[in-house]
Design a protein around this ligand. Sequence first.
Ligand code: GLA
Length: 376
Amino acid sequence: MNVAAAFEELMGSSPQGVWFAPGRVNLIGEHTDYNDGFVLPFALAQRAVVAASRRDDDLLVMHALDLGEVMELPMAQVRPGTGGWSAYLAGVVWALREAGHDVGAMTLAVTSDVPHGAGLSSSAALECAVMAAACDLFAIDISPLTRAKLCQRAENEYVGAPTGLLDQAASTLCARDHGMFLDCRSFEATMVPLPLTEAGFEILVLDTHTPHSHVDGEYGERRATCEAAAAALGVPALRDVQDLDAALKRLTDERMRKRVRHVVTENERTLATLTAAQQGRLEDIPPLLDASHASMRDDYEITVPTVDLAVETAREAGALGARMTGGGFGGCIIAWCRSGAGEAVGEAVARAFTEAGFDAPTWFIATPSEGAGRLA
Ligand code: GLA
């Protein structure tokens, strides 16, 4: 879609600019961000795009071009409680204002090709694209990390999903052909080369089309259990558990023990992935993906039958490693394949889904892409 042309048709004038922010795949480091741990996502070529202009009245006018819907909100009414898709846009304006930035009236027209509700951060892409637009239009000079944190605040307090920083940091900070290792305590980001094509690999992203939602209880329950476990162990966060065996001995609740084991081992796997990528040993990464999936399935208990079948079938069809990506309870898997082998893996999963009576999946080969920016 030509967003600038669509804007002009709606508004009778061309937009003052066009901005974008991508969806993301989390290569590894799942449910570690809110435990002050480590994540390693990369941004996708799929992105949200927003055409925007300042207005001289007092309205926030938001067009969802893909839905053909419009929502108008007086600036004074931009506060948590307005639901639906517009919350992802208005929430960013609210978070900027809460942080003391002078954001005025705007028209926003958004479109996105990030699959919705698939665990690929379609919501963070919208938030971070609007953030890029608002910062440019109102000359707000804040760092990319601060932008990501304000978008996270929009997601937490305006949309109402208690998520960590992973998605917004990836959408804002990532670089082309790189993964981003993020320490979610120090917020230090390390760009990690991912020369997949040169190394003879490709990453298949397969959407199981099993709907998931973070606003429902499971995500919040996992987060609360982790916080309770950290308190029981007397550490600020599960990131600080040094001796896993000793920690598991101290905890009596079996569910809590499993959650702790996932978080601690997932942090270790994420660090191992970082080291492998930094040393150019990409072939060492796929087994870590397999182990991550097993941990999410058995210890964190956030996978579902479609996702497990997709991962198993991908492995049988030749993927070198595979795991669910994102918050869980559905959404996408990633399968690390040799170059040219991904398509056949997708087809094998589709056949297995037909046999099992599941809805047909869709898939694409991922391209590690750059984070949010200005297009025009
Ligand atoms: C969702 C959240 C992230 C992160 C992942 C799980 O994507 O938005 O903050 O917690 O789940 O790793």
